[in-house]
Ligand binder design. Structure first.
Ligand code: PHE
Length: 334
């Protein structure tokens, strides 16, 4: 037997191995129990001593070498397979994941809150299910008062109600804190009313400032600042006398129409002005309800509709769009 030739043949065959099953077949063929090398080694005993010695050494060396190479090869193949699994094709188009965005009303609430935070106001929140007392009575709206009819109220069976405005937060804040205080209270309110300008659920921000010297001109200054921060520096404002049971004197603020700049157009109904909020100096009866000393404390309060601000800001005509959650509508506020 020519050991050289055998070795060459074996290595040649070894070099062609491509995968684990070929590797296994090779091992069986040469090193298995009935494998070629194994049987040669068994047959050595039939040879004369000299030959047996030298051939035996060579065959054993070959066997050991092969075992080592097989181990190496096996590792290589395993690594290659792993690599193939991890392979990334950089030429493939990726999957684009859309980021969501905050609801336009949430965005407006945050933007308006920031304006008042800059002025030293703190944000507080409270319950949407209210008692008659906080929503009306403590705000100087007794049971017989016609102002109760101005706000078509949803009553619950247990006598509680869905708050018709955020003004009960004035009472809650004053009871929880000691003056001086400056708070704003954003949140949902409910009135039995529905058309393209009214939704039975909508949002308000209440504002309240109480201190030893707070004047009507402080109120006007802060509201003007708010309007110009929200709708632009050049925004005109107009104050009209008004009536709320919980403020005296009371006012309503209009801003110059953002579309026609007070010339009069379809959006402002030809008047040139858009109504934006109600406000006034805190009524002494309200201070009495929370046991604040009316000879010491003064304050103002205001309440504005978020949807109204958002509709003017983004020129939206139908309030219902905010609550239908149509994909295209929401996506346009990114
Ligand atoms: N609560 C009033 C409303 O909803 C607005 C308001 C708040 C007016 C605070 C004056 C002071 O119409």
């Amino acid at each position: 037997m020519e050991i050289e030739k055998l070795r060459e043949e074996i290595f040649e065959e070894f070099s062609l191995i491509k995968n684990l099953s070929e590797l296994e077949a090779f091992r069986v063929k040469y090193l298995g129990k009935k494998g070629l090398l194994t049987s040669y080694l068994k047959e050595l005993k039939n040879l004369p001593l000299e030959e047996r010695k030298s051939l035996g050494r060579e065959l054993n060396e070959l066997k050991e070498k092969l075992e080592e190479l097989l181990k190496q090869k096996e590792r290589e193949i395993l690594f290659q397979e792993e690599d193939r699994e991890l392979e990334i094709d950089l030429t493939l188009t990726g999957k684009k994941r859309d980021l969501g965005n905050l609801h336009p009303l949430t965005q407006v609430i945050e933007e308006l809150s920031q304006i008042f935070i800059r002025l030293g106001f703190e944000v507080v929140t409270g319950p949407e299910i209210e008692s008659d007392y906080y929503n009306f009575t403590a705000l100087n709206i007794p049971e017989w008062h016609p102002a109760r009819d101005m706000q078509a109220t949803f009553y619950l069976k247990n006598g509680a109600l869905l708050r018709t405005h955020t003004s009960p937060m004035q009472i809650r804040a004053m009871l929880e804190r000691t003056p001086p205080l400056r708070i704003i209270a954003p949140g949902k309110v409910y009135r039995c009313d529905a058309d393209i300008r009214h939704s039975p659920m909508f949002h308000q921000i209440e504002g309240l400032m109480v201190d030893e010297e707070v004047s009507f001109s402080d109120l006007k200054g802060i509201l003007t600042y708010f309007a110009q921060e929200t709708f632009g520096e050049k925004t005109k404002v107009r104050f009209r006398p008004s009536y709320f049971p919980f403020t005296e004197p009371s006012l309503e603020m209009d801003i110059g129409c953002v579309i026609c700049e007070t010339k009069g157009c379809r959006v402002c109904g030809g008047s040139g002005w858009l109504e934006i909020l109600g406000a006034g100096m805190v009524h002494p009866e309200v201070f009495k309800a929370v046991n604040y000393d009316i000879s010491k404390w003064q304050g103002f309060a205001f309440g504005l509709g978020i949807e109204r601000v958002a509709m003017i800001k983004y020129e939206i005509e139908d309030i219902r769009l905010f609550f239908e959650n149509h994909f295209l509508f929401l996506n346009s506020f990114k």
